[in-house]
Every structure is written in C-alpha cells, then in structure tokens.
Design a protein around this ligand. Structure first.
Ligand SMILES: [Zn+2]
Length: 501
C-alpha cells in the first residue's frame, strides 16, 4: 500500500520537496501556549503549554471544513482522500504527526542551544517513513484463516476509501498468542451478548450478575489492542499489542491487611550494583549481593579501545566516530541492568516477598572532589540505578510483586539495630577492598557489613519505623561540634517520602 494513503498530511518518501508546506513545523501558532482567562472579568490569569489534544483541536480547526467554519486556513480536503477520510484515521494520523513534530521541535531546541562547533548536522524533518499509523476500530482488522491470513484495512485507492485485503506473514509463536487473545475476545463478546439479551427481557439483575462474574478480561489472559502499521523502509509491518490485566492490590492496602507482609529491600549502590535483603518479619531471611565489578572490566576494555584509536589517529574524535563501540557499551549496560533486575525479582519471588522496596532516586549527588571520570562514573551509576528499577518494576509486576520507593535519607548512616548515628569504616583500607567495609554504630557499637545497612534500613522506612530525620541530624551536628567524624554526605538530600505504591 503506497505510503501516501497513510499520511494525508504529508507526502510519500522521496517526493518531498523543501517548499512543500509542513504546516505543523512551519506554523508556530499550533504550538502557542493556552491562556487561561477569567470568564467574568475577561482578564488573562495564566497560561500553560498546550496538550496533544489542544494541538489536535487546533489542527482540525485549521484543516477541516465544517458548516460553522467553512474556510479553514489549510484545507485538508484538497489533498487526495482528505475530504472523506475516516475520522479515526484522520485523528490517528494527526496524532502521529504531532508526536513526530514534537520530537523534532525538541531536537531543534537542543541543537540551537549548542555552541556552533559542537552542533553537527541540524535535526532532519520528520518524514513519512517514520509515520506509523494506528488502525483503530473500523479502520483495520486482522483476519486469520486456515490457509492464509490477511489484514483488511480501509485505504484510499486514488478515488475512494475502500476496504482492501493485504496478506500478512505471522510467525508460529505469534499465531499461538493471537489465538489465545481471540478466544478471550470471543468469550467476552458472548458474555456481553448474553447480558444484552437478558436486559432486553427485563432481567437486569441477572445481566448484572453475569457481567460482574464473567464480563471482565481474565487475569493473565491477553486481548488484542489496535494494531499499528509501520513502514521500515522496505515493507509494512503491523505491530499488534496484546494487553494482559494484572490485578495487584495497592502495597499500602496489602500492608494494612497483613502487618507482617514479607518484603525484599534493595539498595542500589556503586560498589555493589545491588544489595537485596529478604525479610521474614524483622529478621533477615536471605541476602543477595550483585557486584558490579566484573562487568566493569569489560566496559573499561572497550573504553581503552576507544582511547587507543584516538591516540593513533591523533586529535579530537569526530562526532559519531567510535559509535559502534559506544553503542556496544550502552547495550552492555542495558543488558547488565536487565540481568540485575532479573536476579532481584527471582530472589524476591523465591523468598516469597510481595513487595520490593527501593530507595527513591533523588537528586544526583555531585562529588566535590574528583575529576571527569569520577563525575562520569556517578552519572552512569545514576543511570544504571534508574534502569535497574525500571526493569525490576516491569518484571516484578509479572510475578504479582509490587515495587515501591522510599526516600533514602540517612539509610546508610543510621544503625539498623538502635537507630542512632553510625558510620562506614574502611577497616581494611590498606588493601583498599571497599567491599569489606564495616558499619559501626557510635551509640550501641553494633557493627556489620556496611553494604547491607542500606537494605536493612529501607525495611524500616517501608514500615514507617525509621528514626526521625531531625533526631539524626541533631546527632550529626552534635558530633561535628565536638570535632568528631561523621559520614555526612557532601550535599544533603531533600524531598518528601515518595511512595509509588
Ligand atoms: Zn546502634
């Protein structure tokens, strides 16, 4: 199917010329802020950035002729197929276009801010090859038959919009998924039809009972969502999302029902990628240490390869050189985050935890000392922590385990036993094995693995029994006034407890 049929606001690839109007790019008025007006006095009380819906409304106003508004600025109906394009299709296309131009505009802003010598090429205008279109109800239907499968889609053939059938290739494993989803949809349709019939006969109560019992999609069973057509440069691909409901009670509600709710806490750090502790009541049932070191070696080897190439060629690296190596480093980090998340989730599942508690990613702490590499390491670790949390949340949900975050203030400085101030001591500092650091409490003299303290204290944060921050801060100030050491961080973090239950 030619691309033009899918993008009435744009031209097919290859035929685009610079003069061609791309109204969303050229006409800034679509992106104007929305002003809030006091209806009584008529005065402007404020403004906000336009939402996608605002822009859609403006675009439809400017392109679609109606009785009330017969002369729009840019007439969509002058484009082939524009006059009688199905509304679902028009909206889908406009929404896509808005998304594309939004991305383009933010790239352009970034480009404009860069100094001239670091700019490189300006961002390119969005083109039709990047213009996927979602086929909402009535626009397209995937039909699977014994011998052949096809997509029945409404397309513009040059004269009229009509349904056309396009053969599709479906992999065997996808076939399996689709048939499960189709069966569930058929079941739902049947239940709703039955309920309708009951209602017609005045048996409303029975219909209600039937719908609440069977009228919902079953847990863990997927149904089909609207498919999206992409053009990858050579052929069209149909992406069909399957959605599966997972019903999990809010973490707070679970806790209210069961005060001994088994949890796993995870402290994401620099020495260890992650340290997790599973609890049975207040007791630690099991711990999991995921070191970050072995992967570090591999990453450093790649960075050295880049440095070596740079030495050989001399001078500043050009933009985009070493791209493949950088790509591989990033892919490696992503894979590492995914693996760590997998191990955390498997651990929590094996220990029977219902909730995983992370420390909230707060503002990144900038090191006072330390050069470029140190700052870079910190930034990377921040990035990694975000990725690990993201993947863990996703994977855990599939196991029915919730992920929550708690603010991390003082979690590495308070004693897990008595709650008073303590500190990390480098006991084996002469051979610099930081993994062997010990935490010691100033008050009760408890000592233990310093890497585990964060995870232990996170449990208290989750159950709301962590000592007050004000009290710990007073202890810290007192020690400092006495000239004694503390493990105070370089910048203090602020912010409320952020629960994501
Ligand atoms: Zn103590």
């Amino acid at each position: 199917m030619p691309a033009a049929q899918l993008a009435p606001l744009d031209a097919p690839p290859g035929t685009r010329s610079v003069e061609e109007p791309n109204i969303l790019v050229k006409d800034g008025s679509f992106w104007k802020k929305v002003t809030k007006v006091n209806l009584d006095t008529g005065e402007i009380v404020g403004e906000r950035a336009p939402t996608r819906k605002d822009i859609l409304t403006r675009l439809e106003f400017a392109t679609v002729e109606t009785k009330a508004h017969p002369t729009p600025a840019y007439l969509l109906s002058t484009l082939a197929g524009g006059a009688d394009a199905p509304i679902a299709f028009r909206r889908a296309a406009i929404n896509r276009a808005i998304g594309l131009v939004q991305g383009y505009r933010s790239n352009l802003r970034r480009y404009d801010k860069l100094p001239a010598n670091r700019r490189g090429k300006p961002p390119s205008l969005p083109t039709v090859t990047l213009m996927p279109v979602t086929l909402y109800k009535g626009m397209g239907l995937l039909v699977r038959e014994e011998r052949r499968s096809f997509l029945k889609a409404k397309v513009w053939d040059g004269q009229v919009w009509r349904f056309e059938e396009y053969p599709v290739a479906i992999a065997p494993y996808q076939r399996g998924l689709l048939s499960v989803a189709e069966a569930e949809e058929a079941r739902l349709d049947e239940v709703h039809a039955e309920a309708c019939a009951l209602k017609k006969n005045g048996r409303d109560e029975e219909a209600k009972v039937l719908l609440t019992a069977d009228g919902k999609q079953r847990d863990g069973i997927p149904v089909l969502e609207s498919g999206t057509l992409y053009h990858d440069g050579t052929r069209w691909r149909l992406h069909v999302p399957l959605s599966t409901p997972i019903r999990v009670k809010r973490a707070k509600d679970q806790l209210a029902e069961n005060p001994d709710l088994p949890v796993t806490t995870v402290d994401l750090g620099v020495n260890n990628l992650a340290v997790a502790a599973a609890f049975d009541g207040a007791n630690v049932k099991a711990t999991l240490f995921i070191p970050g070191r072995q992967h570090e070696q591999r990453r450093l080897r790649k960075l050295h390869a880049i440095a070596a190439r740079q030495r050989r060629t001399g001078g500043r690296p050009k933009r985009g050189s070493n791209r493949r190596i950088w790509r591989r480093i990033l892919d490696g980090q992503e894979a590492q985050a995914k693996q760590a998340a997998r191990r955390i989730v498997d651990f929590a599942k094996a220990e029977g935890s219902k909730v995983i508690v992370f420390e909230a990613l707060s503002r990144m702490r900038a090191p006072k000392r330390g050069g470029f590499t140190r700052r870079q390491n910190l930034r990377r670790s921040y990035w990694m922590r975000g990725k690990i949390m993201l993947w863990t949340r996703h994977m855990a949900l599939h196991e029915g385990i919730l992920t929550v975050t708690r603010d991390a203030q003082f979690t590495s400085q308070a004693c897990p036993r008595c709650g008073h101030l303590g500190a990390r001591l480098c006991e084996a500092s002469h051979h610099r094995r930081r993994g062997k650091d010990v935490f010691r409490c100033y008050a009760c003299n408890w000592s233990g693995n310093a890497d585990l303290v964060g995870a232990l204290n996170l449990r208290k944060k989750w159950f709301g029994i962590f000592p007050s921050i004000a009290k710990l801060r007073r202890e810290q100030k007192l020690r400092e006034a006495q000239g004694k050491r503390t493990n105070r961080r370089k910048t203090t973090k602020t912010g409320p407890n952020r629960g994501a239950a």
